[in-house]
Design a protein around this ligand. Sequence first.
Ligand code: ADP
Ligand code: MG
Length: 358
Amino acid sequence: MAKITLDNLAHSYLPNPASEDDYALKELNHDWTDGEAYALLGASGCGKSTLLNIISGLLQPSQGRILFNDKDVTQAPTTERNIAQVFQFPVVYDTMTVHDNLAFPLRNRGDSADYIRQRVQQIATMIGMESELNRKARGLTADAKQKISLGRGMVREDVNALLFDEPLTVIDPHMKWELRTQLKSLHHEFGHTMIYVTHDQTEALTFADKVVVMYDGRVVQIGTPQQLFETPEHTFVGYFIGSPGMNVLPAEISGTTARIGDHTLELTTGYGPLTGKTEIGIRPEFVTLTSGPGLEIRIKRVEDVGRHKIVRAELQGRAFNIIAGEGEEISADMTRVRFETKAINVYQNDWRVTGDAA
Ligand code: ADP
Ligand code: MG
């Protein structure tokens, strides 16, 4: 197992990148702690696979270094990196049995027949394929083939890291939950460094200790699910995470107040002069509908989602969401909202700024 260090890493698919826009992966410095389970979360096209393939060695970065336990492996081929990688679509040997597919990485390393039999059995149980070990992979469903791919990724105990690139895409929803649970228990048992790529926040938040959020080729925040919820460092994190995501409103920040239209909000701390685009972010969970004083909204519809209600509204012409309690009455005179002051984040050019001490 290994700590993985990314040192001034960046990648462009173009031969002569000129500006930052030409980079699929913008410059990045980061340590992946040995033994930690990470999710790499972001929308399609933001650079997740690029980053993963650089770590595994399938792709040579155009800039920077990768270190495993402080040893430079930037030029090392995949085989030397001792990494298991599982892709979005199944990679199996059709002519081999399920057993032999699972045994393949172990045979390659010359493990003993006894060990291989026992380990393959264990992995087959984890992926729910014990009864199909002697079948040829050919003719199995895509779902079953992907389970084999996952099993092959997990079969070796001595890898430096396990990389998963949206591995559950072709798996049916029920089995998804089951396999994710298996991956988690595998992590608890062996303590591998794991990086799990997904565009699905639920998957990311349930799998990982730490979530690495990417946006447009950049890592915008690394944090626990709670940190991503309470203090999104970038407005993208705010609205990508949460259902619905954080509300972001243009605001004029001055000292300890935020001005939105003709309404003034008090903030918990003071802010120095901010330049460029200034906004506040407030999650729907921390907004209350009221008939008293507050910011004016127009309710468009109310969705009852069981545990609570989502109120879809408009504030100064922009979509604005509120989460109200399940039993909460929403009356016609509730045309304003109040924000929980402590839950307001302030953004300058999309990045969160912390205030001075109040
Ligand atoms: P993700 O995995 O987050 O969906 P990718 O890492 O696959 O994103 O892609 C990041 C960006 O790099 C995208 O704009 C994509 O079009 C581009 N890209 C990916 N692979 C290649 C490639 N082989 N050649 C050129 N551009 C690529
Ligand atoms: Mg991808």
